[in-house]
Unconditional design. Structure first.
Length: 201
C-alpha cells in the first residue's frame, strides 16, 4: 500500500504513523486512527510528507504538535537528527550523534514530552527547542589491592593496627610491635647514649 525503495523504520507516536524509506529518505505520515479505513478504501490520507537531503538508514517521528523529527545521514554514515516544525523549518538540530539509530519518547517530571535517539557514544534528547547530549559512561574497574606478603591483610587496617597479642598469621608466636621490644643500652666511648624511640612501622 505504501511503496518504498528500501523499507525502513515505522514509528507510531501521538496517534500518527511515520514511514521512513531508507532508499530515498522519503517520510510518509498518516493518521493511525484512519489506517483501517485507508486499507478498506485502498488509498492513503496523507497527513505529511518530507524527504531528507540524502538517503540513509533513518527514522522519523511525528508529534501531536505538528513537529517532525528526522535523522541526518548519507548512505555511508549517519551523524545526527533534527526537529522540524509544521512548515518544515528546522527548530533545532545536532550532528553530534554518530551512527544515530532507533528512537523512543518519554515524559519528564514536569510532564513534558521528550524524544531520544541512540548514538554510538550515548544518546541525544530533544527537549523543546534544544538538545541534550548524554554520553556513555565508561565503566571504571576498581584497582586490585596488591598482596603485601605474610602478615598483611587487605583493607584499611595495617599490621601495626592489630591489637597487642593478636596471633600473627602463619607463625606460632604472638606478634608484638617493634617499639615494645626491650632496648639494650648503647654506649659510645664508655658513656651511655640516649636514642630516640623508634616510630611506628
Amino acid at each position: 500500500m505504501i511503496e518504498a525503495t528500501t523499507p525502513g523504520h515505522v514509528v507510531n507516536h501521538d496517534g500518527y504513523t511515520a514511514f521512513f524509506d531508507d532508499g530515498t529518505g522519503h517520510v510518509t505520515v498518516v493518521d493511525s486512527a484512519e489506517w483501517e479505513h485507508m486499507v478498506e478504501e485502498g488509498h492513503l490520507d496523507l497527513v505529511r510528507e518530507y524527504t531528507t537531503e540524502a538517503a540513509h538508514h533513518g527514522v522519523a517521528v511525528a508529534t501531536e504538535a505538528g513537529e517532525l523529527l528526522v535523522t541526518i545521514g548519507t548512505e555511508e554514515s549517519r551523524s545526527g537528527a533534527m526537529l522540524l516544525d509544521a512548515n518544515d523549518e528546522v527548530i533545532v538540530s545536532t550532528e553530534e550523534c554518530p551512527g544515530v539509530h532507533g528512537e523512543t519518547a518519554f515524559t519528564n517530571a514536569s510532564d513534558e514530552e521528550l524524544i531520544m535517539v541512540g548514538c554510538e557514544d550515548g544518546a541525544v534528547v530533544f527537549h523543546g527547542d534544544h538538545v541534550h547530549k548524554a554520553r556513555r559512561r565508561r565503566r571504571v574497574r576498581p584497582l586490585r589491592q596488591p598482596v603485601l606478603g605474610r602478615g598483611f591483610r587487605r583493607g584499611p587496617r595495617r599490621l601495626q593496627d592489630r591489637p597487642r597479642g593478636h596471633p600473627h598469621p602463619g607463625r606460632g608466636h604472638e606478634h608484638r610491635r617493634r617499639d615494645h621490644h626491650p632496648r639494650r643500652p648503647v654506649r659510645w666511648l664508655g658513656r651511655p647514649v640516649h636514642l630516640p624511640r623508634p616510630g611506628p612501622w
